[in-house]
Design a protein around this ligand. Structure first.
Ligand SMILES: Nc1nc2c(ncn2[C@@H]2O[C@H](COP(=O)(O)OP(=O)(O)O)[C@@H](O)[C@H]2O)c(=O)[nH]1
Ligand SMILES: [Mg+2]
Length: 427
């Protein structure tokens, strides 16, 4: 174990010194506001449940203080000797010797006094005080990092590190809370983090990947530009390759906008599959009856805003048809988390069976979409990672997505750390 005391003008600088010298695994043992600045005591390889560890902390701090006092004394003596040499070139050697002896005795006295004071201070620091100061540090972190933790919740340094990493991945705070408080935080940080990543992956629901084998009736809903029509094109093309063109039919509900159905019609023509346009605000059952012989029926929809008068009509068509239709929500990974949550709220009354995460190739933060899937228990059904039909579509694997999400967060963190270091270096 290595223990060190750091002094700096403010807490941020002190913490930066800690991380520079002791690295990211340092444990903060105490913080103290001084007359001028802050003092932080930090340790490496510290295990708080160990009585010996506490004694070792006090011993090392004591030694460090003695060393500092001795260094200060040596510095002061060098300064005094230097000034005496210049000022007393003509003074007699007896006076010089007396002055040096007086200085040495005063120094000894001060050293003894400082050592006694330090000893007393070292033993006065009880375990209670250490935990009190940790609480203070926790509050400081909460106020400075916008964390969702509050002071009444038990939070160790390790848990806050795990929480912050979840946050960097873009996980919703409520999910990050659950992960950080359930992981075994007594294990080394990296081990706990691997455990956290496994928990995150286990929280992600994943649908069975049987669309391309079994077919069925699927409707894609979601915001405009999410990639619904393109995804339908990819699925249809792959199905045609395995089962033939006559096994697929495409239906569009998107006849509210001028030429809205052209894209799907073109895809259908290129693949040689049947294509139908549902009557505006009409009945979907007639078309589902017509396409009964097809193994895969894919229904495209318009991404209407909830205030649009056609929105409830489109939902009603999907809700009220008597043939079972699996509804999938297309969630563009390029959208902000709040938008994705709104998209889910917008369409959830349909009885969604899963979601399609689109535009993985353009995404830099996976956590928000993963949070919607995990918190709404909405199974991940498909992932798309490019505009190309038919290739850019895949069946999701929770572990792979979590790994990718972590890599994205790490890249972003490194980028900002480098930018911060550059700006400090240029100051
Ligand atoms: N980069 C990328 N672009 C995509 C992806 N899926 C769809 N697109 C593009 O996104 C745009 C909107 O797609 P579209 O299928 O028309 O969205 P819709 O309004 O939901 O039907 C088009 O330019 C597509 O080529 C994807 O996974 N990655
Ligand atoms: Mg479309």
């Amino acid at each position: 174990m290595k223990v060190k005391r750091f002094n700096a003008a403010n807490m941020q600088q002190a913490l930066r010194l800690v991380s520079q010298e002791l690295g990211p695994d340092a444990v903060i043992l105490s913080t103290k506001k001084l007359d001028q600045g802050f003092e932080v005591v930090a340790a490496l390889d510290y295990h708080s449940d160990n009585q010996q560890a506490q004694q070792e902390v006090e011993r090392q701090l004591h030694l460090q203080r003695e060393l500092e006092v001795a260094k200060t004394e040596a510095r002061q003596q060098r300064t005094r000797t230097a000034s005496m040499t210049t000022n007393t070139t003509s003074a007699d050697s007896a006076r010089k010797k007396a002055a040096v002896a007086e200085l040495a005795s005063a120094r000894q006295e001060r050293q003894n006094h400082a050592a006694r004071a330090d000893e007393k201070m070292g033993y006065d620091r009880s375990l209670d005080q250490v935990s009190g100061e940790l609480r203070e540090l926790k509050n400081w972190l909460v106020s400075h990092q916008g964390s969702a933790w509050n002071s009444s919740r038990p939070l160790t340094w390790q848990q806050s590190q795990l929480w912050q990493r979840c946050q960097d991945m873009g996980l919703e705070p409520v999910w990050a809370d659950r992960i950080a408080s359930h992981v075994d935080a007594s294990a080394p940080l990296e081990q706990s983090w691997q455990q956290a990543l496994t928990m995150i992956a286990n929280d992600l629901p994943v649908a069975a990947n049987d669309i391309l084998n079994r077919g069925g009736r699927y409707a894609l809903v979601g915001p405009t530009g999410a990639g619904k029509t393109t995804t339908i094109g990819k699925l249809a093309a792959q199905f045609v390759m395995h089962h033939g063109a006559e096994s697929v039919a495409l239906i569009t509900l998107d006849n509210y906008r001028v030429a809205a159905h052209d894209q799907l019609k073109t895809i259908a023509r290129l693949l040689g599959v049947k294509w139908y346009r549902a009557p505006q605000d009409g009945d979907l059952d007639g078309l589902l009856e017509k396409t009964r012989q097809c193994q895969l029926v894919l229904i495209d929809s318009a991404g209407l805003a909830s205030r649009d008068p056609h929105f409830p009509a489109q939902l009603t068509m999907l809700k009220e048809c008597k043939y079972p239709v699996t509804k999938l929500l297309a969630l563009p990974l390029t959208s902000q988390g709040r938008c994705l949550q709104e998209n889910y709220e917008h369409f959830k009354s349909l009885g969604l069976s899963g979601c399609v995460l689109t535009k993985l190739d353009e995404c830099f933060c996976l956590g928000p979409a993963m949070s919607v899937a995990a918190l709404a228990k909405l199974p991940l059904t498909l992932v798309t990672d490019g505009p190309h039909i038919p290739d850019d579509i895949h069946f999701p694997q929770a572990e792979k997505l979590v790994k990718l999400a972590e890599q994205m967060a790490r890249m972003a963190r490194t980028r900002w750390q480098a930018a911060d270091a550059m700006s400090v270096a240029n100051q």
